[in-house]
Design a protein around this ligand. Structure first.
Ligand code: HEM
Length: 292
């Protein structure tokens, strides 16, 4: 089964996330019609990358599993604002970004309502809201295929998406000396590794879970600014949702591990787990049928 093509493309200069909620009276076939129309139109729009995910419980093929969110550690938590549909669009053209989000709303009218929307994109040569270089190791197609695509079984070709909305406290982080800031991240502002970084440094906590260097998950998030709030729309794709459990627990410091220093300056205010079905799922009756 072919994965959604958008998964293979890093976010462009402009990115947006729309989280949509299903109207109460709507049945699954109607939802499938709507998301299939969105997928059909936007995945064939030149210059636009689309990844579309659904709440896993909406898909009968997905085995029931313990909820990923909310998740709690000794000093921080990742709350849940799970909804039904996640649309992630990215492009080099801002007009196309706006038009694609307008089309998502127009095509989903009466079936889905907009719950949350974040628009953002690249800062400078690719910095986060704290001014640190991010996305240093760009994933290849092979990295994506390996880390982010379910290889076999009833969900072959699908990808698990994690969305987290982080608020970043620029004032608090800005009060730190450059050396202390670099120790929080584990890299300097320009991306050089801090060799003697403390164990609580963000990249060391991320690597401790096995998620470094595009293993386990592919990060495809983007910084945003909205209504005076700045942060990161963290979006990731993984072949196995347990990779997220491991990474998030590693950042939280669950089970006696060191909590991630970055979480003193960045707060997750919502998020959810979604499944991006393979291309063939759209406009078909079930994953099993799509596979046969
Ligand atoms: C506001 C929240 C976050 C910020 C500001 C942030 C920022 C950064 C920065 C600046 C880097 C170094 C640049 C790079 O290696 O590309 C990085 C690396 C990384 N982050 Fe985050 N991050 C955040 C949340 C997360 C979360 C929630 C996860 C995992 C669930 C995560 C996983 C990683 C991984 C795996 C790396 C690469 C480590 C490596 O290969 O060396 N980050 N992050």
């Amino acid at each position: 089964m072919q994965p959604q093509e958008g998964l293979f493309h890093s976010p462009g200069a402009f990115s947006g996330v729309a989280v949509l909620r299903l109207s109460r009276s709507v049945a699954l076939p109607q939802l499938r019609e709507v998301v299939s129309s969105i997928h059909e139109e936007l995945s064939t729009t030149q210059g636009l990358n689309l990844v579309l995910g659904l709440e896993p419980a909406l898909l009968p093929e997905v085995p029931v599993r313990p909820a990923l969110l909310p998740r709690e550690g000794p000093t921080a938590r990742f709350p849940s604002s799970q909804s039904h549909v996640l649309v992630h669009v990215s492009t080099g053209n801002r007009e196309l970004l706006l038009e694609s989000l307008r089309r998502v709303l127009a095509l989903s009218k009466g079936v889905l309502s907009l719950e949350e929307e974040l628009l953002g994109g690249r800062i400078g040569e690719g910095r986060d809201a704290f001014g640190f270089r991010d996305g240093l190791l760009r994933p290849t197609r092979e990295h994506v295929r390996h880390a982010a695509i379910v290889p076999s079984g009833p969900l072959a070709g699908a990808s698990w998406l994690l969305y987290l909305r982080f608020q970043q406290d620029l004032e608090r982080f800005g009060r730190l000396q450059p050396r202390a800031q670099a120790n929080v991240v584990g890299r300097t502002r320009d991306g050089e590794l801090v060799v003697d970084a403390p164990a609580e440094a963000h990249i060391l906590r991320a690597r401790a879970s096995g998620a470094g260097e595009n293993h386990l998950l592919i990060r495809r998030g983007f910084p945003f600014r909205q209504g005076g709030e700045e942060g990161l729309a963290f979006v990731a794709a993984a072949a196995d949702p347990d990779s997220y459990a491991r990474s998030l627990d590693s950042l939280l410091g669950t089970g006696g591990q060191t909590p991630d220093a970055l979480l003193r300056y960045a707060t997750a205010v919502g998020g959810g787990l979604y499944l991006a079905p393979p291309r063939g799922w759209f406009h078909t009756v079930s994953l099993q049928e799509a596979l046969s």
